[in-house]
Design a protein around this ligand. Structure first.
Ligand SMILES: Nc1ncnc2c1ncn2[C@@H]1O[C@H](COP(=O)(O)OP(=O)(O)O)[C@@H](O)[C@H]1O
Ligand SMILES: [Mg+2]
Length: 218
């Protein structure tokens, strides 16, 4: 197939437990294609972050498999925004473009275009430490887009934010998919959930131990 084949991810029959703990979830299957925004929902402790780690290949699933097709780069946006306090917002978005070999003027043009999408133009020259929580979180999403991942994993982007600030982040989440990414968002925020194209609710995949023992661990 050509190098331009669209990336995809297919997860089949995923189940996970950590050594010595109960089974967190079982029988989780889904497929991702460019434009998919999959919401991973479920209460705290249900395994949302764990499933993101499995998708990132940091953790091996106890049962089931994930097939990756044409996925070269996997990005991750953490629950709490991390940046360099004294650096400008713009610098944070330009940086991944420079590391990919783009020249500074081209990188700035591209970064500003993405920041416009994420409503960050007004704060482009502001230092990271002077951004609001919502601006900082949107900046992390804009930066992630410029890392050009095929698959972007976002862990509770609105968890630390008040309702109106969370809404500005949620509004921008669909932009990620418009940039052609496959996006998986762990969330228990109803507004964020509403923006997703697909939902996996881990509350529907809680396994009891009897059922779990019928799985053969790897
Ligand atoms: N490395 C680990 N070893 C053992 N237990 C873990 C490990 N990581 C997470 N857990 C446990 O797995 C459960 C699910 O955690 P997590 O995936 O963080 O849930 P969520 O993101 O939905 O809140 C929690 O009870 C947590 O304590
Ligand atoms: Mg979590």
């Amino acid at each position: 197939m050509s190098a331009s084949s669209p990336p995809s991810v297919t997860a089949t029959g995923l189940a996970h437990r950590f050594p010595g703990t109960n089974v967190l979830f079982s029988n989780v299957s889904f497929a991702l294609a460019p434009g998919t925004v999959l919401g991973l929902c479920g209460p705290s402790g249900s395994g949302k972050s764990t499933l993101l780690s499995i998708l990132a290949k940091w953790e091996k699933p106890w049962h089931g498999a994930i097939a990756y097709s044409y996925v070269n780069r996997i990005g991750w946006v953490f629950q709490n925004p991390h940046g360099v306090a004294a650096r400008s917002a713009l610098d944070h978005v330009v940086y991944p473009l420079l590391t990919r070999g783009m020249r500074r003027p081209d990188a700035e043009t591209k970064a500003l275009k993405v920041m416009e999408d994420f409503r960050l133009i007004e704060v482009a020259q502001r230092s990271f430490s002077a951004l609001s929580g919502g601006e900082a979180q949107r900046l992390m999403l804009a930066r992630a887009v410029c890392q050009s991942p095929d698959l972007l994993l976002v862990d509770e982007p609105t968890a630390q934010l008040d309702t109106s600030t969370a809404a500005t982040v949620t509004e921008t989440l669909h932009l990620l998919a418009e940039h052609g990414l496959m996006v998986v968002i762990a969330t228990h925020d109803a507004a964020a959930r509403a923006t997703c194209t697909h939902i996996v609710d881990l509350a529907d995949h809680v396994s009891n131990q009897d059922a779990a023992t019928s799985f053969a661990p790897h």
